[in-house]
Design a protein around this ligand. Structure first.
Ligand SMILES: Nc1nc2c(ncn2[C@@H]2O[C@H](COP(=O)(O)OP(=O)(O)OP(=O)(O)O)[C@@H](O)[C@H]2O)c(=O)[nH]1
Ligand SMILES: [Zn+2]
Length: 221
């Protein structure tokens, strides 16, 4: 089974009532009680002043609060357990590859606090139980909402699927563009970073690995 996924997280609309409350993309988002909004706002004001801006001017007056809400959203996965999405499994007599590809995500590089965005492809070999396809995308979405490096995102997702589904094999391939490499620093727009994590059969059996990578590559892009 192969499925494609386009994340459909809706953008927050303009709504005065949420000006002081965190916005969560949907009901499955964990409430981010861990975030200290006033502390972020104060820090953003300090940064604005430090770069020579006036945080009190009209265009910037609400910026600290906006940034606090943004961090609450971007880091909503810090204290949660993304594996919870894999708890509802069902028995199915199917032991071949299940692949969900093109799962778009946006995460935060922990070195520069700039976004890296791209797609994750997830395949697993079930051992008697399968999970709802959307749950694989939910795991990516939640793990992505942490400050991190791409390598950690990749192997965290692979480990969760291997452990929670007792999968015989797991393949996770992530491709993304790092803003810290495109808009600053070395400034290489178009550069792409690919990482993969193989578990079980996909790690030990070259034929299975070639098959799953063939399916992912055939579909990627
Ligand atoms: N391995 C890995 N490196 C990353 C990731 N995101 C950002 N980086 C790198 O983290 C490194 C941080 O390097 P530093 O020398 O400490 O910081 P810097 O002076 O800002 O580095 P430059 O980006 O080269 O200007 C850079 O090479 C980034 O490209 C990631 O997901 N994985
Ligand atoms: Zn970076």
């Amino acid at each position: 089974m192969i499925a494609s996924s386009n994340n459909d997280s809706s953008e927050p609309g303009e709504n005065a009532s949420r000006a002081r409350t965190p916005f969560f993309v949907d009901k499955n988002e964990p409430k981010n009680d861990a975030v200290d909004y006033p502390a972020i706002e104060a820090a953003v004001r300090v940064i604005l002043e430090a770069v020579g801006e006036d945080p009190k001017r009209d265009g910037l007056i609400e910026t600290p609060a906006r940034v606090a809400r943004m961090y609450a959203e971007m880091f909503a996965g810090l204290k949660s357990d993304p594996g919870r999405h894999l708890s509802k499994v069902f028995e199915e007599d199917y032991d071949e590859i299940v692949l969900v590809r093109d799962i778009s995500f946006c995460s935060m590089c922990e070195h520069h606090l700039l976004p890296f965005t791209g797609k994750a492809h997830i395949a697993y070999l079930p051992s008697g139980k399968v999970v709802g396809l959307s749950k694989l995308a939910r795991v990516v979405e939640e793990v992505a909402r942490r400050p991190q490096v791409q390598e950690r995102l990749t192997h965290t997702v692979a480990n969760l699927i291997e452990e929670r589904l007792s999968a015989r094999g797991v393949a996770v391939v992530v491709e993304s563009t790092h803003s810290c490499m495109t808009m600053r620093g070395v400034r290489k727009p178009g550069s792409l970073c690919l990482t993969s994590a193989m578990r079980g059969t996909f790690k030990t059996d070259p034929k299975s690995r070639a098959e799953v990578l063939g399916l992912i590559n055939r579909s990627a892009g």
